[in-house]
Design a protein around this ligand. Structure first.
Ligand code: CA
Length: 450
């Protein structure tokens, strides 16, 4: 059961000193967080393996497995099995073990990393400074499904693409989504080329092929599936959280001019499949329990159908995660200036909850698998300045944004780096963060190969 337990106790600290600064916001990773990534020392030939963030350090799970701390005599079978799976080069096997194993390992790590723990002497040798590592995708992503759960985003984008009919009638009944492309998802820190594609200006007679002129980001949450379901069996709403391993920050890059021309009747295709970026750290759903909050539907809106409705979902279906998007242009970067914040929002505004997404995705018997990724859809909030894309912030490219250094943007330019951050904060609980996700845009590939 996902409930508050001793691993959420805000008063407890770690013997890793840098983990104890969460209240002054210097670390996203206090002992109450304990997220997972796949890493190795930068530039080394080491095998990739799982790590757990603690302050500015990473607890190397393969090294920890070799200590006596989590040996057969001192650990439960679940902890030992979970830790062994964390020695793999991906998290898939660990994710597939299910909630009982994730939770047992979290509890064991929490106790071993606490101030005063006997385990310090052995585990201190298993720490790797975060600054010295490189990451790769936390798991092999078999399938990627992108939802569309912000009604504010759906309405404002709909009004740009279909002014007479912004929000389609199914929106308030169906957690809308489409099947995306997993092969082009990369971990934070990469660069990718501006996509080329077919576009058609409204006044043009016919479309043409060329580099995207309206390249955009989408501020989303990524939701990693842990234990899957058998084909033909649905995951029930109130059990769905047992199947969700955790959340990351997710940028679902979008080519708006390609999208506008191609999206009807079957939805996004080349406008969305060229690149998406995940943050290296997956925050487990159990770490997020303190920030679960009520899921509310406006009284005038249709209430969800019974398979998407429950008391538990109403009481604690939403998660209050603060999200922000930042832009570092090439010019800012060259001058050593700080990135400019473009907007901020919260995942709590989502029109559908994670459990509703999972229950709906499987209601037809579709089988989810360990490592599958669900995108939440762009998380725009109710206010215009809470929009999660440039399409919305620039009102469809009509109103350029002024950046603090005097530059303007309607859409992204070559050399731009987009950075998302996320954190949870609540009175009486530790502040936990997601780290960040970032990627940089390179010029389009031209015929000359440049
Ligand atoms: Ca998206």
């Amino acid at each position: 059961m996902l409930t508050l337990n001793e691993t959420h106790d805000a008063n407890l600290t770690s013997w890793v000193a840098s983990a104890n600064n969460a209240n002054n916001k210097s670390s996203d990773f206090p002992i109450q967080n304990l997220p997972f990534a796949i890493f190795r020392r930068k530039g080394s030939k080491e095998s990739f393996r799982a790590g757990v963030a603690i302050g500015d350090q990473i607890l190397d799970m393969a090294a920890a497995y070799q200590t006596t701390v989590f040996s057969e005599d001192r650990s439960t079978g679940k902890v030992r099995k979970a830790l062994k799976a964390c020695c793999d080069e991906t998290l898939n096997r660990f994710m597939g073990l299910g909630f009982e194993h994730w939770s047992a390992l979290r509890r064991a790590l929490f106790h071993a990393l606490r101030t005063g723990a006997d385990e310090e002497s052995e585990l201190s040798g298993c720490l790797v400074p975060m600054a010295d590592v490189e990451y790769r995708l936390p798991c092999q992503i078999g399938d990627y499904t992108d939802f569309y759960t912000s009604i504010y985003h759906a309405t404002s984008v709909g009004s740009l693409f279909r002014p007479d009919n912004p929000l389609l009638p199914n929106y308030k009944w169906v957690p809308i989504g489409y099947h995306g492309r997993a092969s082009s998802i990369e971990v934070s820190g990469h660069s990718f080329r501006r996509p080329c594609g077919q576009t058609k200006a409204p006044d043009a007679d016919q479309p043409s092929l060329g580099p995207c002129k309206r390249l955009d980001y989408e501020l989303e949450m990524g939701i990693f599936i842990g234990a899957g379901n058998a084909s033909g069996e649905a995951i029930k709403l109130d059990q769905a959280d047992q199947h969700v391993f955790g959340l990351c920050l997710f940028n679902d890059w979008s080519a708006r001019d390609i999208q506008a021309w191609e999206y009807q009747p079957l939805g996004p295709f080349l406008a969305k499949n060229f690149a998406s970026t995940v943050s290296p750290w997956i925050i487990t759903l159990e770490a997020l329990v303190p920030y679960f909050t009520t899921f509310e539907r406006p009284v005038d809106d249709p209430q969800p159908l019974p398979y998407l409705d429950s008391e538990k979902n109403r009481q604690q279906g939403s998660i209050d995660i603060q999200l922000s998007a930042h832009l570092l242009t090439e010019q800012m970067s060259q001058k050593g200036e700080a990135p400019a914040q473009l907007s901020q929002s919260s995942f709590r505004h989502s029109y559908w909850t994670i459990n509703q997404m999972v229950a709906h995705h499987t209601v037809n018997g579709c089988n989810l698998q360990p490592g599958d990724l669900l995108g939440s859809g762009t998380q725009s909030g109710p206010k215009p300045e809470e929009a999660g894309s440039l399409l919305e912030l620039s009102n469809g490219g009509k109103k350029p944004l002024s950046l603090p250094n005097g530059e303007n943007r309607t859409f992204l330019e070559d050399g731009d780096t987009v950075i998302f951050k996320g954190y949870c904060e609540k009175q009486g609980h530790a502040r936990i963060g997601f780290g960040n996700v970032q990627a940089t845009i390179l010029p389009a590939l031209t015929d000359s190969g440049e």
